[in-house]
Design a protein around this ligand. Sequence first.
Ligand SMILES: NC(=O)c1ccc[n+]([C@@H]2O[C@H](COP(=O)([O-])OP(=O)(O)OC[C@H]3O[C@@H](n4cnc5c(N)ncnc54)[C@H](OP(=O)(O)O)[C@@H]3O)[C@@H](O)[C@H]2O)c1
Length: 302
Amino acid sequence: MITAMEVVLTGATGFIGRRLIPRLAAGGHSLRILGRALRKGLPASASFAIWDAAESAPPVDSLAGASAIVHLAGETVAQRWTPDVKRRLRTSRVDGARRLVESLARASPRPAALIGASAIGYYGDRGDETLTEESPAGGGFLAEICRDVEAALGEAASLGVRVATLRIGVVLGPEGGALARMLPPFRLGLGGRLGSGRQWMSWIHVEDLAGLVCHALEGDLRGAVNATAPNPVRNSEFTSALARALRRPGLFPVPEFALKLLFGEMSEVLLGSQRVLPRAAEASGFRFQFPEVFSALKDLLK
Ligand SMILES: NC(=O)c1ccc[n+]([C@@H]2O[C@H](COP(=O)([O-])OP(=O)(O)OC[C@H]3O[C@@H](n4cnc5c(N)ncnc54)[C@H](OP(=O)(O)O)[C@@H]3O)[C@@H](O)[C@H]2O)c1
C-alpha cells in the first residue's frame, strides 16, 4: 500500500514532466509545481510557484511540508553549445541544484526525498565498456556537468534527505527528445545510422522512465540510479529497428563530419558510446515494461 505524497515537481512542462504528471496523479499523489511561468496544460489541481533555476533559490515555503521533490528542470542539452548555451546549461543545472538544496536546508518540515535528473552523459564516451552505477565518471563537458549536479544534489543527504540521482539515457517518446527529431527523416525513408553506428545507445521508453521516477519516489532507492533499459543497442541496431518499426528503409547514414559541422561539440551526445546497465533499478525490484528496443519503438509508434 503506497501512501499518497505531496510532491514538488520542477521541469513539469518538459517532455518527461508532462508524462510524469498523470502517473503521479494515478498514484494518488498531489503536486506542487515550480516553474519559470505558469503554462497551459498544467493540471488545475496542482499548486504553482515561480522558480527559475538559473536565477535564484526556490521559495522555502514552496518546499516546506512537502513529502518529496522531483527535480527535472534545466536548459536543454539538444542544441548547439555556444558559449552562452554552455553558461545556461551550467547555471540552470549546477547552480540550480545548489540553490534547491540551499532552500531545502531551510525548509521545515523538510521533504524526506529528493529525486533529481542527471544523465548517462556522466560516463562520457566509453566504447564497448559495460557501465554500471559503480563505473567512474568520464570526460567532456556533459560529464562534468552531470558530476557537479550529482554532487550538488548529494549535499541534501547530509540533511537527512534520501537522494536518488537518475542517470537518464536517451528517452524515447514520439512527442519529444531524440525520437521526435529522428522521425521526420525516417518517415521519409531518409534515415540511417549516425557516424559509424557502432556507438552504444542506452535508451529508455518514456513510460518506463515515468514508472522509474515513481518507483524511486515511493521506494527506497538512493544514490546514482541508471535510468536506461536493460538492453542497450548499438546506434546501427537502433536505427534499423526504427526503420523496421516504420516499415521504411534506413539506409542513409549521416557521416561523423556532418554531425560535427552541424552540432559542434554537442555531437558528442550523438557520437559518444555508453553501454549502460540499470543495476540499481533492477536490484530494487523495478520491472521494465519495455526492455527491448524494437517492441518499445513499436509501442511508441502505434
Ligand atoms: N529527454 C531525454 O532524452 C533526457 C536524457 C537524459 C537526461 N534528461 C534530463 O531529464 C530532465 C528532463 O528532461 P526533459 O527532456 O523533460 O527536458 P525538457 O523538455 O527540455 O524540459 C526541461 C524543463 O526545464 C525547464 N527549463 C528549461 N530551460 C531552463 C533554463 N534555462 N533555466 C531553468 N529552467 C529551464 C523548463 O520548465 P519550466 O519552463 O516549466 O520552468 C522545461 O520544461 C532534464 O534535466 C534532462 O537533462 C533528459
